[in-house]
Design a protein around this ligand. Sequence first.
Ligand code: HSE
Length: 414
Amino acid sequence: MAYNGCYGVAVMGHGVVGSGVCEILYHKKDLLTQKSGKTPVLKRILDLRKFPEAPYASLFTDDFSLIEQDPEIAVVAEAMGGLKPAYEYVKRCLLAGKSVVTSNKELVAAKGAELLEIAAEKGVSFLFEASVGGGIPVIHPVCRCMAANQITEIAGILNGTTNFILSKMIYEHTSFEQALATAQELGYAERDPAADVDGHDACRKICILASLMLGKEVSPTEVEPQGIRDISLADVSYAGAYGSVIKLIGRAKLLENGKAAVTVSPALVPKSGRLAGIDGVFNGVVVRGDEVGELLFFGRGAGKEATASAVVSDIVEAAGQDGNPYLFWKGGCGNVDTTGADQMAYYFRTERSELLPGLAQELFGEVCFLSGEDTPQDQMAFVTGVMEEKKLLAGADTLAKKLPVYAALRVLDY
Ligand code: HSE
């Protein structure tokens, strides 16, 4: 509810992102008023901790009901992360007629369909630009600016931590373990790095984008991500010999059967392509639409200021309108393709064997053998031609029965 040209805002969670949101709301009131014609007033901050040094120290509370029951709070920014208690609190805010904006990709990927439906019923907004690509606007462009398009493919580097690690491996020849330790020292990776390095974070993000592409739910429970723990410097070297670099790619491609092939895996991408030069903690997303062709979104995919930038922009948008019909997907499962109909090439690294050239030819047709620098003498690597993934997977199974296979990676053209 707006009062005297103002609207009340609450922020749930005063961690990295939440504190960034509070700081922008507190220090940039004039700019935000200029953008929307209404003044945001920070009214409550939900956190179990107290921050006595903050200029808005008096606003902290650990009582959610003070937010839920305050009629002057029109927009709630959720930056707690995780599902508990974020899911319950967000749902209760929407049911209380408040708009909610969030950076919480776990929440959006798991509960987005339900929360969007409640928001639509209540005529309020549920916005989550910050949940994918941090500060990079990608959800709004996909849903609004590309409204004339059937989106056919979305692929990108969606996790900054793994991109930092892979960049260290590619350009400084640092081992995975050393690069991960550096990422942890710099505060990029969590103490438990599993969500980043095992691909779960990127999986949630590509599932959100895939759901928007299809207008139907793509749940992370239906996609098995492959992380970067097993990538070795030998793979980096062989990829270089093929004119490629290895990136963790989240990808959703619309297939003829109406379903989406959705994958998260390290992949070889060409050095001359759109994603190869996106290094460090930056993210990049390629989106293909049937009218506009290909677009590339690039920028800071994580971090306090960048993520808070997207959250506050959503707050301003939510305050200015009654709902967001352009943002929608229908709940349900079975929208992920399981037939392996997508087309691509594969890279394999195996034990060295005289049998390999004949075997590879028999399984995959013409292949390209690679000679990397400083690669183990007892190993070999090759790249297949482009074919249906089911054929590649069947070939990989047979290959693994004859020889130790150390790596099998997608080769993608972005
Ligand atoms: N851990 C995430 C990343 C943070 O490294 O990209 C932003 O979602």
